[in-house]
Design a protein around this ligand. Structure first.
Ligand code: ZN
Length: 255
């Protein structure tokens, strides 16, 4: 990276659509500024309809680099990756190795994944957090996963999170469809490090979310999202909140 070049960002997400819902504004802004953005999606195999929707969503965000698919099965959807274990049941070391290989090849300065609670307690999100962190550390160690490329040290990891205010302001209604509302406190302000105002990018982000067309037919969360008034959509989707963890020196800023 030359001093003025934007950092390379890698998003590690559990499902096709998470890249757009949680980080769509940040990624679109970065891509528009000429930054390189890559994504790893842990569930759904290449060639499935959700993979095609993901490629389309990334294009809406201005990202033409193909998503890296780990190819594990999505919880209750065996057809997401026929003959492959559920992501949460896959051998931990195997998934970490796969992510290490992508890290060493793509050499991102920043990795974005979920907070330790998977934003709202989703088991696949929690698992993606663990796999991503284990892989970030292992990728920098030359003794681990020999043969998957030269060691690479990520500078900062950002965890997607939802603040208390955002949670109580409507996110709880959206994600309560899949999670017990009592377990949705949101992250207190003192534990949030970065809040990106992405209102300018909201139309782009919303187009990317809508590219996950089949989810609007299936998911009650997506249907509720589509029914939001524009002001509510902006309040919930116009900011993207992160916890930041620097692994070297001053780390690397998102913007
Ligand atoms: Zn998800």
């Amino acid at each position: 990276m030359t001093p003025d070049a934007p950092p390379r960002i890698l998003g590690v997400h559990a499902h096709p659509d998470d890249e757009s819902i949680w980080t769509g504004g940040t990624l679109a802004r970065h891509a528009a500024a000429g930054g390189i953005v890559d994504t790893i999606t842990c569930t759904w195999a290449a060639g499935t309809h959700r993979h095609a929707e993901l490629v389309n969503a990334l294009q809406k965000l201005g990202i033409d680099r193909p998503p890296r698919m780990l190819g594990y099965a999505d919880g209750g959807v065996p057809e997401s990756a026929p003959g492959t274990p559920k992501f949460v049941d896959a051998p931990f070391d195997e998934a970490v190795r796969a992510v290490v290989g992508h890290l060493r090849e793509l050499r991102p300065h920043i990795v974005i994944t979920y907070d330790a609670y998977g934003v709202y307690g989703h088991p696949d999100h929690i698992h993606a957090h663990r796999i991503a962190l284990a892989a970030v550390e292992a990728a920098a160690d030359p003794h681990l996963y020999i043969g998957t490329g030269s060691p690479w040290m990520v500078q900062s990891v950002y965890y997607v999170t939802i603040g208390q205010e955002q949670m109580a302001g409507g996110w709880d209604q959206l994600v309560a469809k899949t999670t017990d509302p009592a377990t949705l406190p949101g992250t207190p302000p003192e534990r949030i490090d970065v809040i990106e105002d992405v209102r300018e990018w909201l139309p782009t982000k919303w187009q990317a979310i809508q590219a996950h067309q089949s989810e609007f037919n299936r998911s009650r969360t997506m249907k509720s999202m589509a029914a939001l008034e524009p002001a509510a959509l902006e309040r919930l989707m116009g900011v993207e909140s992160f916890q930041r963890r620097d692994l070297v020196g001053d780390g690397c800023s998102l913007s």
